[in-house]
Ligand binder design. Sequence first.
Ligand SMILES: Cc1cc2nc3c(=O)[nH]c(=O)nc-3n(C[C@H](O)[C@H](O)[C@H](O)COP(=O)(O)OP(=O)(O)OC[C@H]3O[C@@H](n4cnc5c(N)ncnc54)[C@H](O)[C@@H]3O)c2cc1C
Length: 426
Amino acid sequence: MGVGAEEVVWGGRTLGETPAKVHRMANPPAVPGAAALERMMDFDLSEEQRLVRRTVREFAEKEIHPHVERYEAEERYPTELIAKLPPMGLMGPMIPERFGGSFSDVLTYGVICEELARIDWVVASVVSVSNSLLASSILKAGTEAQQERWLPKIASGETLCSACLTEPGGGTDLGNLKTTATRVDGGWRLTGTKVFISHAAHAGLFFVVASIDVSKKHKGVTAFLLDPKGESAEGLTIGEFPMRTLKRDNLAEVHFENCFVPDEGLLGEPGGGFPILGAALDTGRFSVAARCIGQAQRCIDLAVPYASEREAFGQSIGQFQMIQEKIANMICRTEAARALVYRLGRMKDAGVARASLESSMAKLTASQAAVENALDAIQIHGGYGLSTEYEVGRLLLEAKSLEFGEGTSELHKKIIAETALGLRKQ
Ligand SMILES: Cc1cc2nc3c(=O)[nH]c(=O)nc-3n(C[C@H](O)[C@H](O)[C@H](O)COP(=O)(O)OP(=O)(O)OC[C@H]3O[C@@H](n4cnc5c(N)ncnc54)[C@H](O)[C@@H]3O)c2cc1C
């Protein structure tokens, strides 16, 4: 019996109604084979990790999902949804308990990012930027005072974070920054522009990279922690960055004009920012890859029930081999990506400090899976795939954006191939 059968009731609704009604369900109904997929997804996770997955999934479906489309339509940053994360311990999964965080292991952090991203790009991004780029950098390179000042506020949700890396001249070549940092009495003055900055207008902490000497390229790169609402508010302009997608993230262009950062805002050594950035991106690639498998999974979760229910030529479209091929491809590429992402998480849990090759493999494979799954899911939905009444169309551009963030696909292919050819050290 397919889910389109008249007598199947799910969530108080009778299925087999017009497709336009099906989309309003937070959880599409399980089809008979769904349990087998869940078994694969949980393969080799500990009991605690499975519990975290179940809890976060339930939370995201119930508390976040019903509101996502509305925030996007209203181009409104989901402050109220983000406020639901701290009581669940979801704002600090990479922050140790002594700073108010909920860190247990890196793989669990990945599962959290995966499950949040399955439902909402922005909420998952808040967690991933705060933990991978900010908190992890502060833990690795920050002074005790910096850790005490910022980590509890990040974990409690009091302070949201933003990472200001990309410049108008390019985001891939981060050793070639144009934003400058000039030494002055008691601190530094930053001048330059950053673009595509997520969460900037809502953040209370910026991670900024600037150069103390542009001629030195990556050896001039210096990392700063900047308080955009306090001591560094003067000389800082946060403007709207025009985007075709993710309007609810309010992406920003951030301009620094002689913006003052006190000495306490220097993260690491002057000119020592590039390795800090590298380590941050290494963890960032893990969490973005985890987010990608969440999005890829969501496409499966939406396409499979639709294919079971939608009929053409007197039978469900799921009975056509060309639709089955798409579903098979979606599942295989998601599982392949998940295996790479989980392996990377386990490597980090085993104490491997930098895993550039594995991070690139996981990020490349997972982001491509997210994009290809969105394309297949749209195709399975036919014209409805591009209707605003269905989620899959939105997922495509959101997935595509993950092919840029934390390194483009081209950059990751370059890293993988150069490592194989002995042109780059791990
Ligand atoms: C939704 C969204 C959110 C974002 N959020 C943030 C944020 O919060 N903070 C932030 O700092 N940035 C953010 N970014 C920016 C993102 O990190 C950059 O888009 C990315 O780093 C690429 O930089 P670019 O767009 O300037 O492309 P470019 O660096 O100009 O690259 C253009 C093209 O050339 C290719 N290319 C470059 N170098 C090579 C090479 N050596 N070999 C082969 N191909 C190459 C690239 O892969 C790409 O296809 C965000 C972007 C998006 C879309």
